[in-house]
Design a protein around this ligand. Structure first.
Ligand code: FES
Length: 105
């Protein structure tokens, strides 16, 4: 059964926002860049580095460690990656009243 986990008040979200969470044992990164708000696993699929210092532009997150890029919508690795790795886990955000959260098993 999935359980709702509150993450943040909407009033705290703004361009440039980044905050790390550990929810149900999972490392997550909530971020906002431009008009994109996303919740991703805070662990790069390449070698597991934190993504808190990743570069984000145009809906694409680029890991600061070895520059593999991922779509913030689908998690897919972007063309041109120098390393093979799997997609980044992107979680669906749930908006409830004045807060945002996530459903997890
Ligand atoms: S750990 Fe992210 S690209 Fe290597």
């Amino acid at each position: 059964m999935q359980t709702y986990h509150r993450l943040e008040s909407l009033m705290n979200l703004a361009p440039g926002y980044r905050r790390e969470f550990i929810v149900a044992g999972r490392q997550m990164l909530l971020l906002q860049e431009g008009d994109v708000t996303a919740l991703v696993e805070n662990r790069c699929p390449h070698q597991g580095f934190s993504l808190v210092d990743a570069r984000i532009k145009g809906g694409v997150l680029t890991c600061a460690a070895h520059a593999v890029s991922f779509s913030l919508r689908s998690g897919e690795v972007q063309p041109g990656a120098a390393f093979h790795c799997s997609a980044l886990k992107v979680y669906e955000l749930i908006y409830r009243g004045n807060e945002v959260g996530v459903y997890l098993d």
